[in-house]
Design a protein around this ligand. Structure first.
Ligand code: 0SG
Length: 209
């Protein structure tokens, strides 16, 4: 079975609101995936994403009935922390988390679309670089961009990456990519909805770290 399909995102309701508990429960499975990528450089990324999820869950757990949707959290934090918002609390954590999730989305979509370096067809650097340029690079100063370069060297071979997505089982590449495409349907819709929410609430910031 596919790692991705084991932890699929749910279809969004017509109003595109994102249920906080469902989102957190699903996204919590992503950090464990970094363990099978085989390099300690990924532990920095894993810990950053884990930190975001823990922070959002911490806010949610204070009052689950109040924070049914992610938008409920942003709106409540805007009222509670007018001076610092949106650079505060779960609003800040989700702002960064969504960028990492967008990175993963573009990487998977690029693999599913068959983007390849024809000279090195078993490398995924071309896919990883595309995802980085579109989702993260503009938010990173030179130091973090160097961490990216180190992570790029440690990126697994395409065949090993697809095998990891299939939980180590030998699955035909086309079957694995079909699973990726299926996973991307609700995943992409969810990430898009979160990006739209940040735009609508004027909660997006573009400083670099
Ligand atoms: C398969 C190959 C994959 C290659 C992967 C390469 C990925 C890119 C590597 C980039 C390295 C990023 C290392 C971490 C960088 C962090 O500094 C930034 C900013 O972090 C935020 O900073 C925190 O996340 C915030 O935490 S919070 O929850 O407390 O709010 C906060 O601390 C904030 C600072 O805010 S301030 O105080 O200044 O207002 N993080 C990122 O850029 C996100 C990186 C996500 C990478 C996702 C990669 C996924 C790879 C998947 C592979 C399948």
């Amino acid at each position: 079975m596919s790692l991705l399909l084991d932890n699929q995102f749910k279809e969004l309701p017509p109003d595109k609101s994102v249920d906080t508990k469902l989102f957190l429960d699903t996204v919590s499975h992503i950090p464990a995936f970094f363990d099978c990528l085989g390099s300690t450089v990924f532990s920095v990324i894993k810990s950053d994403i884990n930190g975001n999820i823990t922070k959002i869950r911490g806010v949610y757990m204070k009052d689950p009935a109040k924070y049914v949707t992610l938008q409920d959290i942003l709106v409540a934090e805007r009222e509670a922390h007018a001076a610092e918002w949106p650079k505060v609390g779960a609003t800040l954590a989700l702002m960064w988390l969504k960028r990492g999730l967008r990175f993963i989305q573009i990487l998977l979509q690029s693999l599913a679309d068959g983007d390849r370096d024809e000279n090195n067809p078993n490398l995924i650097q071309v896919n990883v670089t595309k995802a980085y340029q579109e989702a993260l690079k503009k938010y990173h100063g030179w130091f973090v961009q160097r961490i990216f370069q180190a992570a790029l060297h440690a990126a697994p071979y395409r065949s090993n990456f697809l095998k990891a997505l299939s939980k180590g089982e030998e699955v035909k590449e086309e079957d694995c990519l079909a699973n990726v495409r299926q996973f991307l349907v609700n995943y992409t819709a969810t990430i898009d909805a979160i990006y739209d929410m940040y735009t609508d609430l004027n909660a997006e910031l573009d400083y670099t770290v």
